[in-house]
Design a protein around this ligand. Structure first.
Ligand code: ADP
Length: 398
């Protein structure tokens, strides 16, 4: 592939209530634009786009809620106007689930899309939203290559034991096993860390991606070994509104004894629990940290406690720990949470540099004290760049 001066790849990350996008120049993938449409389906929908320097290049809001289709139509129209000087060579999509079939990025051609549509029951809250823009673009620009990058793919490297539930094979064979998610974020961290500390290339690393969704992943030599999310993205840590790991007996009790509808249990587990459910206040860490309400503190304490428990478990899966990484909106920004997690992980040899933790330099930063037995890092999440890399690489192979 011989890149044209203004050739670029676009990245789309479509969630249940937002579409994030970014545009990266080829071949170096320097960011040209990024933006998002937020609040789909929920009252006033907003759009904002910025250039690489953070200057706003587009802004709009609608009095009523847009749906995904209307959001994509607006984005395509915006791109045609604003990106007139660019040629979009391919579009990469973040796709939550690749099932057992896809251990790496895929060209989204019709048979692949059909297989992915059969996986919708595995991720009914996310996958349809991921696939909707693919279909929309296929209709609008049939010749434009589209690439699917899967949150599960990075974890397909895990040992079979780490992927297994203790269930009979007839159930396992139906695809009921641990998949793990946030794989694009962990893949980016695995690729980035050795650039800053070459000695970590073969190391035992636990990364915590702590955003509205939150999980942790154990990696050895840059490959996933174990993760806290399992069959679905509700497992593991408490999150903004998801409960995280729950004794499965609770679900049966809620349905059988309390007479809850399955849909109500699902809403409870995905939208009414986690930081929001425990605090009764908010799913937003900033609001909880600013609150003097003891329930806000309890929600934070529970998150810190669960991170500590999972850290011990993941360290056991690695037989020790050389580095701990914080990422995602909470991991990157909450010095208080990092301090609490590392205080509890002192038994593993974790020791923060308090000054660096409180005021880390921008970008990838080592924040551990020189005496710490493991190095502790901040790596700003960049799933978009990982998707752009995969998309460029598949385009070059074609
Ligand atoms: P998503 O999973 O939707 O991509 P993010 O990675 O943006 O989410 O993380 C959102 C979370 O990060 C929210 O709980 C938010 O409160 C938290 N967060 C963002 N900035 C800060 C901050 N300065 N201090 C504490 N928490 C923060």
């Amino acid at each position: 592939m011989q890149p044209h001066a203004t050739d670029c790849v676009a990245v789309i990350n479509a969630g249940s209530s937002s579409i994030k996008f970014s545009v990266h120049r080829l071949p170096d993938l320097a960011l040209a634009f990024k933006g998002r449409i937020e609040n789909l389906y929920r009252g006033a929908t907003r759009f904002i786009a910025q250039d690489a320097d953070g200057a706003t290049v587009g802004e709009r809001s609608w009095p009523d809620a847009l749906d995904h289709h209307a959001g994509m139509a607006f984005l395509i129209d915006f791109a045609e106007r604003e990106l007139a000087g660019y040629r979009v060579r391919a579009v990469g999509h973040r796709i939550v689930h690749g099932g057992v079939d896809y251990s790496g990025p895929q060209r989204l051609i019709e048979p692949v899309l059909e297989r992915l549509e059969r996986l919708v029951p595995l991720a009914p809250l996310h996958l349809p939203h991921n696939l909707a823009p693919v279909r929309a673009l296929m209709a609008l620009a049939p010749g434009l290559p589209q690439v699917g990058c899967f949150d599960t793919a990075f974890h397909t490297a895990q040992p079979a034991l780490a992927q297994a539930f203790a269930l009979p094979p007839a159930i396992t064979d139906l695809g009921i096993r641990r998949y793990g998610f946030h794989g694009l974020s962990y893949e980016y961290i695995a690729a980035t860390l050795p650039q800053h500390e070459p000695a970590l290339a073969g190391a035992r690393v636990v990364a915590a991606h702590l955003g509205n969704g939150a999980s942790m992943c154990a990696m050895r030599g840059g490959r996933s070994v174990a993760s806290t999310m399992g069959f679905t993205a509700v497992d593991g840590l408490p999150m903004g509104t998801r409960c995280g790991a729950l004794d499965p007996g609770v679900v049966i009790y809620l349905i059988e004894e309390l007479g809850m509808e399955v849909s109500s249990v699902q809403r409870l587990m995905y939208q009414e629990s986690g930081l929001l459910g425990v605090s009764g206040l908010s799913s937003d860490m900033r609001t909880l940290e600013a609150s003097s309400d003891p329930r806000a503190q309890l929600a934070i304490d529970l998150l810190v406690y669960r991170i500590g428990r999972e850290l011990g478990s993941l360290a056991a899966s690695l037989g020790g720990l050389d580095a701990l990484v914080f990422s995602g909106g909470i991991g990157e920004n909450s010095a208080r949470l990092r301090a609490a997690v590392c205080r509890d992980a002192a038994w593993l040899g974790a020791e923060l540099d308090p000054g660096l933790n409180a005021a880390p330099p921008p970008g990838v930063a080592r924040i551990s004290a020189p005496a710490s037995r493991m190095s502790i890092w901040l790596v700003p999440a960049n799933e978009e760049l990982m998707i752009a890399r995969h998309t460029r690489d598949l385009l070059e192979e074609a």
